[in-house]
Write a protein that binds this ligand. Sequence first.
Ligand SMILES: Cc1cc2nc3c(=O)[nH]c(=O)nc-3n(C[C@H](O)[C@H](O)[C@H](O)COP(=O)(O)OP(=O)(O)OC[C@H]3O[C@@H](n4cnc5c(N)ncnc54)[C@H](O)[C@@H]3O)c2cc1C
Length: 401
Amino acid sequence: MRSVLISGAGIAGATLAYWLVRQGFAVTVVERTSSVRARLGGHAVDLFGPAVDVVERMGLLPAIEAERTHNELISLVRPDGTLTDIAVDEVASTISGRHVEVLRGVLTQILFRAVQDEVELVFGDEITSLDDHAEDGVRVTFAQGQPRRFDLVLGADGLHSGVRRLVFGEESSLTRYTGAWLGVYSMPDVIGIEGRTLLHLAPGRLIATYPVRQTGEARVLLLERAEQEPPGIRSDLAGQRELLRERFATAGWRVPQLLDHLDSADDLYVDSITQVTLEDWTRGRVALVGDAGYSPGPAVGGGTSLAMVGAYVLAGELARTEDHDQAFAAYRAEIGEFVRRSGRIAPAVVAQSAPLTPLGVRLMSAALRLYPRLPLSLRSWAAARRPGPANALAAMAMKEY
Ligand SMILES: Cc1cc2nc3c(=O)[nH]c(=O)nc-3n(C[C@H](O)[C@H](O)[C@H](O)COP(=O)(O)OP(=O)(O)OC[C@H]3O[C@@H](n4cnc5c(N)ncnc54)[C@H](O)[C@@H]3O)c2cc1C
């Protein structure tokens, strides 16, 4: 039985573990945090086309659909504070026929529940070194546990992957900043958003808040375009809070009220929208999957679907042959075009979501208001030309393994 170590118990890690166990591998998963991210919240993520097929093949689509976010109304905040409602269906139906939005924490839990009894799960630990020159596999050392050997090591440890750093090099040389950064956190629903996503645009900035049905809280997303990563983005939590206050205090609407809750948020996440630029996600007996290998950038859409499809394809190809070189080559070939297309999403989404000038903001707001009123044929025509995740994914014909 071939042994596999997966680093990271996220979306890609859980999907990989599920399929590898079914294909007869002995699977160990090492996760840095102390439990599968138990928080029911997290941000909303999308499953498009082929990723919906993957969860359907896992028998998990009904459970995931039962947890869908039901954020069916976007309300655009006008300059005078009144709202224009846009039904998500009006926009989404022309973009993708198969689409489920669900919270990342909920999705991870559903995926893990399906496999946790069949794998060895090690929490609160991480890989510290990998020796892939050993003839009998990969020798691995851990921060906490004893050294071990595995036939293969798969890095599913996210945008800031430790496996990628150990095997491929420092993050700064393997990633590209796309011109925007963001902060996200949860807070009590003091605004009374009542099942809708509120969207406010200011020059170079986008502020959104949407409900988290499972917790009754509101989730806040603050995104700013900036030519350079702002200094302070990698500082401690206090520094990151300060950065958000400094950059968003003048963004208008009720943003100061949202910022008031920064100090009490226990899940603040601040990061630049950075994409991974590796051309090959495999080396020797090590492969990267999901954000670790080919993140299109956080919050631009597509990352979750790409992670699930990548994991499904990698597990499928590994099951087809004992020769990992051959399996890795097939994995690269199967998802290569999809990864390349996904790489084009972030720059376009960033530019579209936060126009830089007041005129740009007015035009974008008008376009958003107008879009649902266009005839279906025109909306479909426009949707087919959008560089969004659904279109990038629609291009992918996924094998059945
Ligand atoms: C604010 C935000 C909004 C987003 N919105 C969307 C969206 O709307 N649509 C969409 O499709 N995608 C979205 N994404 C992206 C999406 O969350 C990722 O693409 C997706 O989670 C990738 O899954 P993954 O399994 O590759 O990585 P992750 O889900 O990040 O999982 C990585 C796992 O590895 C663990 N880990 C990290 N380092 C180590 C280590 N050294 N050792 C062991 N374990 C480690 C982590 O704790 C985590 O459990 C968003 C991301 C962010 C941050």
